[in-house]
Design a protein around this ligand. Structure first.
Ligand code: MSP
Length: 645
């Protein structure tokens, strides 16, 4: 039965590094809702993608000596691989570098300009003259210097286009307060008090200081501000102002945009205003969820690889990872992640509660009836509570999923699973099994358990799409017995259902051993995936390598650079006259750790001044994790100034 359309979107991700488990939350949550809506009979469009423009990407590519497109391509491929690993059933994947999207953005920009919503003005910021780069105040390093070369910056002005969002302050406030667009409601006050009430300032929507962006068609020295480019994906992916797709009429407005809380501002203020300016219908809901934190801090690359979703999925299965992140994220607030929490969820909820319920029930049907239940029945009063809970479960869970209350939905399902386990203890099938005259009662108990499992697993399919078909196989449920309309009914499995014993759905994990292994196993794998691909794109020949002169040296003195938190000034015995090298390793080394150490340095690097200090070369260090660095030390007996080749 087609219940109409349902359009759901994740944010589009920055391809600027390897994804971590925090990135998975929005996508897994949207996937669960999309799957559930399909089960309910909706024609679902589930969109995700990547947000590939902007100065940050341009710089990272420059650092690696490749084009921005060469830089993002392998990372985008890695995101796609992650979504495949996590069973993400997206219908469309948009890249903001896709030609059709570029066209849409250009046309929309022009439309807004022609309608008078965009005007030309002047952007004020900071400028690093040697690097020819504009920076905003917040991009500067901790000393207020250029984040690239750490030299002082000056005030600067740049011609730019602005979006007149200030004119929409009243309209957007009314929209946010009078509609139920932004969820949870608490975020509405946050937006109004923090951003609208203090005065909505016009938004700078073009830049001339870098080129990696979509050129403004009628003034190509400007590129479109990355957020305008990114937000447009929600309509360009349906074919708005392009010929690639033509289902804008069918799917727009979006039924649900989901994002984490820090980008709610763009989705609740800028995006609806843009749509108002374009005279387009407004999306129905925006849900701003919390962050997955690690030890109380927002997860970031610096935390390391124990939270690499590829590693987690490989060790525990993607369904366990999906379950844990959805189950532990409370509605609207943050959740905490640790490997201990993950393992405990798997052992307690998945292995003990759900896994055991299925394996015990199937094993008993097998043991007492050779797998096929007889059809005689003997109901009892004690059955009713379980049957009623199972029957009303679908009705309780559907609205929770509609509201993106996924943890609550899982809680409801697991209440029934826990009740079913208790029902086994109460009815003691192993006692009934010993008494020939109680076979009808035993069959009734096992049937009630099997049909309860059918309902629970039917609802859990959207959350754990890999495992639930295995449950259906074990409990003998045909596809038709797991369709949405059957999940609100009890007694759908045939009376003489046949079960099939199978493997444990979620094997128990020895927590202590596992944590030990994780720590040992994961550290050396850090950051490999992204770099491997980039290496292949950057082959050099032996002569090019030979141009870099590497030599050994000894650090004879070392102190912090006064104007900087990151830099250390090293005096190096290079076997010649000695030299000074400034190195950005102060976060990881104290000066006294380095004195007397033998190091490798680049001897023919052009001298540069860093925060006022002359640097004649560069010492070699390696990434030892996403936010950890180790200097390459040599053996004590290596002579200073030797060639390294
Ligand atoms: N490119 C923008 C979105 C543009 S949408 C028009 C962006 N990208 S992102 O890659 O930085 O983040 C993508 C999503 O992942 C965001 O919703 C972000 O908040 C979310 N998360 C990143 N780290 C997270 C956690 N630790 N926990 C939960 N979600 C987090 O923002």
């Amino acid at each position: 039965m087609n219940k109409g359309k349902y359009y759901i979107t994740t944010p589009i991700y920055y391809p600027s590094g390897n994804p971590h488990i925090g990135h998975c939350y929005t996508t897994v949550a949207c996937d669960t809702i999309a799957r559930f809506k399909r089960l309910e009979g909706y024609d679902v469009m589930f969109l995700t993608g990547t947000d590939e423009h902007g100065v940050k990407i341009e710089q990272k590519a420059k650092e690696k000596g490749i084009t921005p497109k060469e830089y993002v391509d392998p990372i985008v491929a890695n995101f796609k691989k992650l979504w495949e690993t996590m069973d993400i059933s997206y219908d469309r994947f948009i890249r903001t570098t896709d030609e059709y999207h570029v066209k849409s953005v250009q046309k929309i920009f022009k439309k807004l300009y022609d309608k008078g919503h965009i005007y030309k003005g002047e952007y004020t910021g900071k400028y690093c003259t040697p690097c020819e780069s504009f920076w905003t105040e917040s991009q500067l390093d901790e000393n207020g210097c250029c984040p690239d070369c750490h030299r002082p910056v000056v005030d600067a002005h740049e011609e730019a286009y602005f979006l007149k969002i200030s004119a929409y302050a009243d309209k957007i406030e009314k929209f946010l307060t009078e509609s139920d667009y932004l969820q949870p409601k608490s975020r509405v006050n946050e937006m109004i008090n923090n951003f609208i009430k203090p005065g909505l300032e016009d938004l700078c929507v073009s830049r001339t200081s870098f080129t990696w962006g979509i050129p403004v068609e009628f003034d190509p020295k400007h590129v479109v501000y990355v957020w305008i480019d990114a937000l447009t994906n929600y309509i360009s992916a349906l074919g708005y102002e392009n010929d690639e797709y033509n289902d804008f009429e069918k799917y727009w407005p979006a039924d649900l945009h989901m994002t984490a809380k820090e980008i709610v501002r763009f989705h609740s203020i800028v995006w609806p205003i843009m749509l108002m300016m374009l005279d387009l219908p407004l999306p129905k809901h925006l849900y701003g969820h919390g962050w997955i934190n690690f030890n109380g801090q927002k997860m970031s690359k610096s935390i390391g690889n124990v939270i690499d979703p590829f590693v987690l999925a490989e060790r525990y299965g993607s369904d366990s990872v999906r379950y844990q992140i959805l189950r532990d994220m409370p509605y609207g607030s943050d959740s905490n992640f640790s490997n201990e929490i993950m393992i405990s969820r798997i052992n307690t909820d998945l292995a003990n509660s759900l896994g055991n319920l299925v394996s015990r029930t199937v094993a008993m049907a097998d043991k007492y009836f050779g797998g096929t239940l007889p059809t005689d029945r003997e109901p009892a009063e004690i059955d009713n509570e379980l049957i009623n809970m199972a029957k009303s479960l679908c009705g309780n869970v559907s609205p929770l999923i509609e509201e993106a209350q996924l943890s609550k939905a899982l809680e409801e399902i697991f209440k029934v699973i826990t009740r079913a386990n208790k029902y086994i203890d109460e009815t003691e099938p192993w006692v009934l099994g010993k008494d020939e005259s109680r076979k009808a009662r035993l069959a009734t108990v096992l049937y009630n358990l099997l049909d309860t499992i059918r309902i629970c697993s039917g609802l859990l399919y959207a959350f754990m799409p890999k495992t639930m078909p295995k449950v259906w196989e074990q409990i003998g449920a045909e596809k038709s017995a797991t369709e949405y309309d059957t999940l609100g009914k009890f007694g759908v499995l045939p009376a003489n259902v046949t079960v099939h014993k199978g493997e444990a759905l979620f094997p128990r994990i020895d927590a202590e051993k596992e944590i030990d292994e994780l720590n040992k196993l994961i550290a050396p794998q850090k950051t490999i995936r992204e770099d491997e691909d980039l290496d292949k794109a950057n082959i050099i020949n032996i002569d090019q390598f030979g141009e870099v002169k590497l030599r050994s040296g000894e650090i004879t003195a070392c102190e912090k650079v006064k104007k900087s938190k990151k830099l250390l000034k090293l005096t190096v015995d290079d076997g010649r006259n000695g030299r000074q090298i400034v190195s950005g390793i102060a976060n990881w080394y104290e000066p006294e750790d380095l004195i007397g150490k033998k190091i490798v340095f680049v001897a023919n690097l052009a001298p540069a001044k860093l925060c006022g200090e002359l640097s004649e070369g560069m010492i070699l260090a390696c990434d030892a994790g996403d936010d950890d660095v180790r200097v390459l030390f040599l053996d004590k007996d290596v002579p200073n100034g030797s060639t390294i080749r």
